[in-house]
Design a protein around this ligand. Structure first.
Ligand code: ATP
Ligand code: MG
Length: 390
């Protein structure tokens, strides 16, 4: 069918034509944000799930809803190899200056900017921290040089500024699993302090499943401070909506059998639904899209994934890491016992532990329970078997 009108949007963080199956999550987070702005108790939200499951678009939807409600959103993505102070400072500064535009000369915002100036002295420790210092620091405010103490001062000052302005500040941080553990600990403890004072500042974070363990290790009370929300594949009804509604809006149709075939191939994973929807549309000669069209589209979709989505991840691996993942793939989708993987490789668990650790660090693997190992990329096991056949 006409590729120009193809509604599907496979990508990273690309808004889907239909954000299916997430209504409850969006509503729950809107309730939490409203409570926080009103100075009532509510937990910060952490969205966690595998690659391509829709965390970033969900975070964007929550962010947009908060902005529409007049809250101040500080949106950042934690890239690999950057420090939290380095990414937080410029974003917070911009948000504070925006807060100040609403009404000039706010004492709370001025104080928060002074806290930021004090905090920025941490650049002696975090060399990626760069900020225009257009505000004088206040002696004793966020300037001790200790990250945990200074971040708490800063977050509290920002929360007080938000309260003075009658709004809430929402820190929206994507890829939170890349924040090193001691910096994560400082962030959690700062939010804890603001939470105890019922200040209207909160975190909506998103990341891979290893984030749960990282946060729990960083601060044991993290589980009480945050609502950990699993973001998983869509169930059959939501996956059907994600496919059918965009097609129908273009005045075209898709068979039930075709939808069932796509749901089976993709296991309901949002990114793959977009890819299969796109390829099925392009493959079909005419509406309605049928199961035969999907069978053909599966070949082109897989070929394209193997050349891009899966491939870029594969190309970042060392030979030892590839062997480890290939051994896991032999055992199936997982999770697998680390001992079973070592057995499949014919080595001792301890000798491959470093490889497993670097794979976790690269965001390829996570440990759903002690001694278990699983892929963070859905359907990666089948890819490993295709790319490295026996
Ligand atoms: N609820 C949904 N319904 C339909 N499509 C969706 C849904 N959520 C996400 N998608 C689509 O899935 C793809 C992946 O979404 P997104 O980038 O948000 O995933 P992610 O979990 O952030 O992945 P990563 O861990 O790689 O960052 C996008 O193409 C997006 O349009
Ligand atoms: Mg993402």
């Amino acid at each position: 069918m006409d590729a120009r009108r193809n509604p599907f949007a496979p990508g990273a963080g690309t808004r889907p034509p239909e954000l299916a199956g997430r209504e409850d999550l969006i509503e729950a987070s809107a309730v939490a944000l409203d409570r926080i702005r009103a100075g009532r108790a509510a937990r910060s939200t952490i969205l966690y799930g595998l690659r391509g499951v829709g965390k970033t678009v969900l975070l964007s939807a929550i962010r947009d809803a908060a902005e529409a409600e007049g809250m101040a959103v500080v949106a950042i993505e934690a890239p690999e190899n950057r420090s939290l102070p380095g990414i937080l400072v410029p974003a917070l500064r911009a948000a504070l200056l925006r807060l100040d535009r609403v009404k000039q000369a706010s004492a709370g915002v001025k104080r928060a900017l002074s806290a930021l100036a004090g905090f920025a002295k941490l650049k002696v420790k975090y060399d990626d921290l760069e900020v225009a210092l257009d505000f004088a620091s206040e002696p004793g405010l966020a300037d001790s040089g200790d990250l945990e103490a200074d971040l708490a001062d800063l977050i509290v000052a920002v929360g007080e500024a938000a309260r003075e302005r009658g709004t809430a500040v929402v820190l929206a941080i994507d890829e939170l699993q890349y924040v090193p553990e001691e910096q994560l600990a400082a962030l959690i403890s700062a939010l804890h302090r603001a939470n105890q004072r019922q200040l209207p500042i909160t975190l909506v974070g998103a990341g891979l499943p290893q984030l749960l363990g990282q946060m729990g290790r960083a601060k044991s009370y993290a589980e009480r401070l945050f609502a950990f929300v699993p973001v998983g594949p869509l169930d059959a009804a939501a996956a059907g909506d994600a496919l059918r509604l965009p097609i129908e809006r273009e005045g075209e149709a898709i068979d039930d059998a075709a939808i069932a075939a796509i749901v089976a191939e993709t296991e309901g994973y949002p990114y793959f639904l977009q890819e299969w929807g796109k390829h099925s549309w392009d493959t079909a000669e005419a509406s309605p899209i049928t199961a035969e069209d999907v069978a053909l589209a599966t070949r082109t979709a897989l070929a394209e994934l193997d050349a891009s989505f899966f491939r870029v991840r594969f190309d970042r691996l060392t030979p030892a890491e590839k062997r480890y993942l290939r051994a896991m793939a032999t055992l199936g989708p997982g999770p697998h016992r680390s001992g079973d993987i070592a057995d499949a490789l014919g080595v001792k668990v301890s000798s491959v532990a470093p490889t497993r650790n670097t794979l976790i660090g690269k965001g390829m693997l996570y440990s759903p329970a002690h001694g278990d190992t699983a892929f963070t990329v859905p359907l990666f096991d089948a890819f490993m078997r295709r790319v490295l056949p026996d």
